[in-house]
Design a protein around this ligand. Structure first.
Ligand code: GTP
Ligand code: IMP
Ligand code: MG
Length: 358
């Protein structure tokens, strides 16, 4: 049984939290990190402790699962070793020897004028991808400090599949950031769809059973994309969203309508960059398109409590307010796929899980 989790908008949809939830709930034998590399910043709360992870899968929350990093993923060695200490996963993690390694020179190049124009995370991913394509980059197997963690990830995952074990694959970023499908050139350095996530860890398309596409209940975006204001759907005006969010802001005594204040109110500050994220209303068109290209079997909506605070911590549909329920129904209808996981808060038990209901 192979399940993939990917972002359906512009990243930061809460994939980390969903992966962590699925890790605990479904108890996969293996959880493999796919995606670009350490440009991703996943935040999860496990037993009340906050973890900011950029290399190790958020599925570490299940101590029974073995953790992997697929050959498609870029490695930042310092960051990886640091996260090993943070998560205490030394004895159950392995990485593919063919992961390409980001070095200081890549991070330096990621401060170029072009990187600034795109508003990259500065993590060196784009320059490292370009060296990988030029076949000049070093691989994980070239670094002695990684030797004890090296393995052949495709061998492991395909053996697991053959034995009927569960594999969970964690993608990064979001569909709108895909090098192929996103708003070029304001995109990341690789495709971010489910097919690429599968290829990142060595799983063929015929072996994939479930694709979870994650959306936030509203839009958030880091980076310099000038088209963010076009994210608004025809039916929802910008002022509708602002009114909803600013209603909250007024309660908290915040003045003004600047995006920075709204981002701060919603807690939308980039995990990697520390920049306030730009906020917009849910983009149904992009959501539907991304669900189709990803081959979504399930969709998940996160941060519902931030738009509808009465829903914080809800664990069943009956606990949702009418307007929150209408929002979920509207998303399902327009995207054309059932929302089987709804996240109602940052903690792992803040989830409405409808997967067993038809
Ligand atoms: P990338 O790989 O960088 O795209 O990240 P991501 O999709 O894992 O998301 P990230 O962790 O960067 O951002 C999501 C933020 O929302 C985190 O701070 C989570 O703790 C938080 N979060 C996730 N789900 C919910 C939710 O349902 N409610 C609330 N209040 N916070 C949530
Ligand atoms: P890069 O991936 O660092 O090259 O950045 C390219 C674009 O993708 C910029 O707009 C970044 O803000 C965006 N981006 C990259 N990774 C993430 C992520 O994990 N979350 C949100 N945006 C991201
Ligand atoms: Mg993030």
């Amino acid at each position: 049984m192979v399940s993939i989790v990917v972002g359906g908008h512009y990243g930061d949809e809460g994939k980390g939290k969903i992966v962590s939830y699925l890790a605990r709930k479904d108890d996969p034998a293996f959880i493999a990190r796919a995606g670009v590399g350490p440009n991703a910043g996943h935040t999860v709360y496990v037993e009340g402790v906050k973890y900011g992870l950029r290399m190790i899968t958020c599925g570490f929350s299940n101590p029974n699962s073995k953790l992997l990093i697929g050959p498609g993923v870029l490695m930042d060695i310092d960051r990886f070793l640091n996260e090993l200490d943070m998560t205490k996963t030394h004895d159950r993690i392995q990485i593919d020897g063919r992961c390409a390694v980001i070095e200081a020179k890549h991070k330096e190049r990621d401060t170029s004028a072009n990187s600034k124009k795109i508003g990259t995370t500065g993590s060196g991913c784009g320059p490292a991808q370009s060296d990988r394509v030029n076949r000049t980059i070093k691989l994980a197997r070239d670094f002695p400090e990684l030797e004890k963690y090296l393995c052949d990830v495709p061998e492991i995952v395909n053996d697991a599949i053959a034995e009927g074990e569960k594999l969970l694959i964690e993608g990064t970023q979001g569909f709108g950031l895909s090098l192929y499908y996103g708003n070029y050139p304001y995109v990341t350095s690789k495709d971010t769809s489910a097919s690429t996530a599968a290829a990142d860890v060595g799983v063929g398309p015929t072996n994939v059973d479930e694709v979870y596409v994650i959306y936030k209940a509203y839009m958030s975006r880091v980076g310099e994309d000038p088209y963010i204001h076009y994210l608004l759907d025809d039916d929802i005006t910008e002022s509708d969203l602002w009114t909803r969010i600013l209603g909250e802001a007024d309660d908290k005594g915040l003045e003004g309508t600047s995006n920075e204040k709204i981002a701060s109110l919603l807690g939308e500050i980039g995990t990697v960059t520390g920049r306030p994220r730009k906020i917009g209303a849910f983009d149904y068109k992009l959501a539907r398109y991304s669900a189709r290209v990803n081959g979504a079997t399930d969709i998940c909506v996160t941060c519902l409590d931030k738009l509808f605070p009465g829903c914080l911590g809800a664990k069943k549909l009956d606990d949702l307010t009418d307007d929150a329920l209408a929002h979920i129904k509207g998303i399902e209808e327009r995207v054309g796929v059932r929302a089987t996981l709804i996240s109602t808060g940052p903690y792992l038990d803040h989830v409405i899980d409808l997967r067993d209901e038809s």
